[in-house]
Write a protein that binds this ligand. Structure first.
Ligand code: ZN
Length: 89
């Protein structure tokens, strides 16, 4: 393994990896985790070289990817809230 960086999985915003981690740590289902993951920078890396926590991601393209995805997610969520409040008046 020549890549020393910690990446982020493409599904980071939806929390799939975090949910799997929770399930795995609760029920010991580590065997069901994927062995590799497609990352925000487009690489495929071993699952253990990814993290759902932005502060531990060391791959710069992945950090940019996470920032952009979170911003997009937050914008969509706020727009949805605004639409729902708008529908009440
Ligand atoms: Zn990366």
């Amino acid at each position: 393994m020549s890549d020393p960086h910690v990446h982020v999985g493409r599904d980071v915003v939806h929390g799939d990896a975090a949910a799997r981690n929770l399930v795995a740590s609760t029920f010991g289902l580590v065997g069901e985790l994927p062995s590799t993951l497609t990352t925000g920078c487009g690489s495929t890396v071993p699952y253990v070289m990814t993290s759902p926590r932005p502060e531990t991601v060391t791959c710069l393209p992945c950090r940019d990817y996470t920032r952009a995805q979170r911003l997009r997610f937050a914008t969509a969520r706020h727009r949805n809230l605004a639409d729902r409040f708008g529908g009440l008046t």
